[in-house]
Ligand binder design. Structure first.
Ligand code: PLP
Length: 396
């Protein structure tokens, strides 16, 4: 897929300062060794299975299938993982790698707090120190996750620069890493940033498609026709796509957060509205203003409102191997409510973006066709916000 130095077509690369170069070179060397180390892989598999609860189930959504009168629908249940989402796959991998490298401290950025909680969890498990950078604005909005991170033993640092949100937290974490690489690993939360992060995070998340493939072959004796996942930075999506990329018959669809619509400024749909740019160490597509500055983004889903997309997705879009579609707040909320009622599964509002698109295409497909939707996380965290969206105020 990529040639040297982490290029995906014209995307990816390492657009970073000289000082950060030392850190990523050390990381790249270590990863090149450990990814093929049997002990490392045995240990990681044990953590995945015994700690995170893998393999996650591939569930046949029979009532949803019957209701939509079309393709057969399966749900890949990443919501059943420990900590409630796919993020644990990546942080367990990176924390184990950091430990093997002799690091004793993890730092991370977080937006809504989900990646921060996952990183704090892995740090507690491995007995490592943990510092999470979080925008001031996000800390106010996500007090419960701030509490959880502190409960797990992490220090949460408030980032006041810029808009005090996710992109500023990433910038701050990169600066912090530059000044302290001897004992610290930067546990990046999605398939973004400078090489080798997009590859490392993809490889750790690729367990999702490895499992889907064997589970669907066992169940149906054939590959799915569609794999659908939501895209923020793109880690659960690339993890869901990876082992199907060379199976041309499998259509790969990423669902972006359109917010209030791609014709408004309140959107986070990078492929639909963004342009080529360089930010956070990578070349990819980014939401930008008319001067090329990173634009403020919006989505009802805090996990999807990053102004960029991972470089491998930008490449899969350029080549046409994957398709990226926008899904609005309204559509996602409807899907959130629909899946809760029809299957008794409350999906994360991020995952509901993928559910929504499946609801759109399934009725037009024959009953021979198979759709797999990745449910990237569970929706408990979203109930208060969705109730509010519907004009109801519930206190937690
Ligand atoms: C963080 C998050 C996402 C978005 O991140 P990706 O890197 O695009 O996968 C999606 N779903 C859930 C449940 C999340 O917590």
């Amino acid at each position: 897929m990529s040639n040297s130095r982490g290029r995906f077509g014209i995307h990816g690369g390492q657009y970073i300062t000289e000082t950060l170069m030392n850190a990523v070179i050390e990381l790249e060397k270590a990863y090149d060794f450990y990814k093929n180390d049997p002990d490392f892989n045995t240990e990681l598999t044990r953590l995945f299975n015994e700690y995170a609860g893998r393999p996650s189930r591939l569930y046949y959504a029979e009532r949803m299938t019957r209701d939509l009168h079309g393709a057969k629908i399966y749900l890949k249940r990443e919501d059943l993982n420990h900590t409630g989402a796919h993020k644990i796959n990546n942080v367990l991998g990176q924390a184990l790698l950091a430990k093997k490298m002799g690091k004793t401290r993890l730092i991370a950025e977080t937006g809504a707090g989900q990646h921060g909680v996952a990183t704090a969890t892995a740090a507690a498990l491995m007995g490592m120190a943990c510092v999470v950078f979080m925008g001031e604005e996000d800390m106010n909005r996500q007090a419960l996750n701030v509490y959880k991170m502190r409960l797990l033993g992490a220090e949460v640092v408030s980032v006041k620069s810029g808009t005090g949100t996710l992109k500023d937290a990433v910038s701050q974490a990169m600066r912090e890493w530059t000044s302290r690489i001897s004992d610290t690993h930067y546990c990046l939360g999605s398939v973004m940033g400078p090489h080798p992060f997009p590859i490392i995070v993809r490889d750790f998340q690729s367990v999702i498609s490895r499992e889907i493939k064997s589970q669907i072959l066992e169940r149906e004796g054939k590959l799915p026709d569609f794999v659908i996942a939501c895209v923020g930075g793109g880690s659960n999506a690339i993890g869901s796509f990876w082992h199907f990329i060379n199976n041309a018959s499998v259509k790969l669809i990423g669902c972006e957060a359109a917010g209030k619509g791609v014709d408004t400024f309140e959107t986070a749909a990078t492929i639909s509205t963004g342009r080529l740019g360089i930010f956070h160490g990578m070349k990819s597509y980014f939401c930008q203003d008319e001067y090329g500055q990173i634009a403020p983004v919006y989505s009802i889903s805090a996990g999807l409102d990053y102004p960029g997309i991972g470089p491998e997705h930008a490449y899969l879009h350029d080549t046409g191997r994957a398709e990226y579609v926008p899904v609005t707040d309204d559509e996602a909320v409807q899907a959130f409510e629909y899946l809760s009622r029809i299957e008794g599964i409350i999906p994360a509002i991020e995952s509901a973006h993928a559910v929504s698109y499946a609801m759109k295409i399934a009725p037009e497909l024959s009953s021979e066709k198979i759709i797999v939707i990745t449910i990237s996380g569970r929706g408990d965290k979203d109930c208060a916000a969705i109730a509010k969206y519907r004009g109801e105020n519930i206190s937690e």
